[in-house]
Design a binder for this molecule. Structure first.
Ligand code: ADP
Ligand code: MG
Length: 448
């Protein structure tokens, strides 16, 4: 409980509490540089470094902050975020919603969701993520340029904008454009004889972020212009970060010198996410959207949708919408139904049932179904059971728990262990490979 108090004290106490409630990155980015300004009539005014932070806190953390304050002061508190104009070098006009006006047209329009906080890390993207963080911490000092490449929907734009968000918070003058926007803007400038303005704008940036530079391919005039912008900023140690759908050497029809510029700093790839990361992304997304989706359902989606993260998010939305539409509980069956069309065009036709696989495995080992699902523990039966679990995992959308059920009520951990064991043994054992291959041929003759 905080007694009758100065705004500074109140806010300090709240910050102490907030530090426990949000993660460190979040705290450091959005809350650390704030101060208590005034506290009157149940209203606390909090000073923030720029409009961008004000906007973010207002939109994303107001309710948490008010809850914390109400808890501390034992009454309803409203909070207002106010930009403290005293900070030198503030580029208000570059803030996302900077109301300073004149340069409105050139404000970077970042997607508020594309922050470091909401970016789920996994094996597929950890290097790119770490590099992006390094770049915002030491702009112009470490990797310049940072070049991130990878397939569609894997998070390149998200990371690039996360860099931009954080740089804006740090009051840097950030310019963000897709290569296509850059091209269109340049063409317009040429038409209207405003190339000087165009150059001035880009060359005054403290940080330049350009998305999808593969678009410069074959556009000689724009690429040439971009080379000069790049060169000038780079010489002045201004940070540049770029994304592309392929590495520099694979961008066709690009001048050698621009290509080599792209390779000067760090070139890093984002790969497609593995199952665990897909699942983590879905869990995160469901949480953000405030919907309760069971692990079974999330696993089903993560298994079925493998191409990219955009498709993953789309599928989750689709499943939720479908369940609402038919007014049904969101069960794996309903989810499977909602995803049917997508699955049809996907890599794995979901025709196989656990029952069919169990039968095939049993026959292949000359066992009965009862053996497979029962308690026998001799070597043959154990191996057959393990393969059955592995194959059901591979070939169907069943969750670990469901597989355990199919195998006579075993638990999910047993299934995990079995799958791990098979995956580990498969390389060393030609017998095992052949056996699996044979069974797969039987259950899915169209495959391979
Ligand atoms: P790209 O630019 O590579 O085509 P995007 O950055 O547009 O892909 O990402 C597509 C969608 O997937 C976006 O909604 C983005 O927020 C989401 N996304 C991508 N990677 C991640 C991640 N690691 N964590 C959370 N969401 C992600
Ligand atoms: Mg993109």
């Amino acid at each position: 409980m905080v007694e009758a108090n100065s705004p500074q004290q109140v806010w300090e106490a709240a910050l102490g509490e907030l530090q426990l409630q949000v993660n460190k990155a979040n705290y450091d980015t959005w809350l650390k540089k704030t101060t208590g300004l005034t506290y009157q009539d149940n209203e606390l005014v909090v000073g923030v470094p720029n409009t961008f932070v004000a906007e973010y806190l207002d939109r994303n953390q107001r309710s948490l902050i008010e809850k914390v304050l109400t808890g501390l002061l034992h009454r309803e508190i409203e909070v207002e975020f106010r930009v403290e104009a005293s900070q030198p070098g503030t580029f208000l006009s570059y803030g996302r919603l900077g109301r300073a006006g004149a340069q409105q047209a050139s404000l970077p329009l970042f997607n508020p969701k594309y922050t470091f906080d909401s970016f789920v890390k996994g094996q597929c993207n950890q290097l790119a993520y770490a590099a992006a963080q390094t770049v915002v911490q030491n702009p112009g000092q470490s990797y310049n340029p940072l070049f991130i490449y990878g397939g569609a929907g894997l998070g390149k734009t998200h990371l690039l904008q996360a860099i931009g968000h954080t740089a804006l918070v740090n009051n840097m003058k950030v310019l963000y454009a897709s290569a296509e926007q850059y091209t269109n803007e340049l063409m317009a400038a040429l038409r209207e004889r405003k190339t000087q303005e165009f150059s001035d704008k880009y060359r005054s940036a403290e940080m330049l972020l350009v998305d999808d530079v593969q678009f410069f391919s074959g556009k000689n005039k724009t690429a040439e212009n971009f080379f000069h912008t790049f060169d000038e900023l780079h010489n002045a140690s201004r940070q540049i970060a770029l994304t592309s759908d392929c590495p520099p050497q694979a961008i066709p029809l690009l001048s050698e010198r621009l290509r080599s510029c792209f390779e000067w700093g760090l070139v890093t790839e984002i790969q497609p996410p593995n199952f665990e990361t897909r699942l983590a992304i879905l869990q995160d997304k469901a949480k953000q959207d405030g919907v309760n989706v069971s692990l079974d359902v999330l696993e089903l989606i993560a298994r079925q949708i493998q191409q990219n993260i955009r498709a993953l998010e789309g599928s989750l939305n689709r499943v939720i919408a479908y369940a609402k539409l038919v007014r049904a509980m969101l069960t794996p069956e309903i989810a499977a139904h909602a995803l049917k069309d997508i699955a049809g065009s996907g890599p794995r036709p979901a025709l196989l049932t656990p029952g069919l696989i169990l039968e095939t495995v049993a026959r292949s080992f000359q066992l009965t179904l009862a053996d497979l699902t029962g308690k026998k523990r001799d070597k043959e039966t154990t191996l057959a059971r393990r393969l059955a679990m592995y194959l059901i995992r591979q070939e169907t959308n069943c969750s670990l728990a469901q597989i355990g059920q199919e195998l006579g009520g075993r638990d999910a951990a047993a299934v995990t262990n079995a799958c791990k064991k098979v995956t580990g043994d498969i390389d060393a054992s030609p017998y095992l490979r052949r056996k699996i291959g044979d069974i797969q041929q039987t259950i899915n003759p169209t495959k391979g």
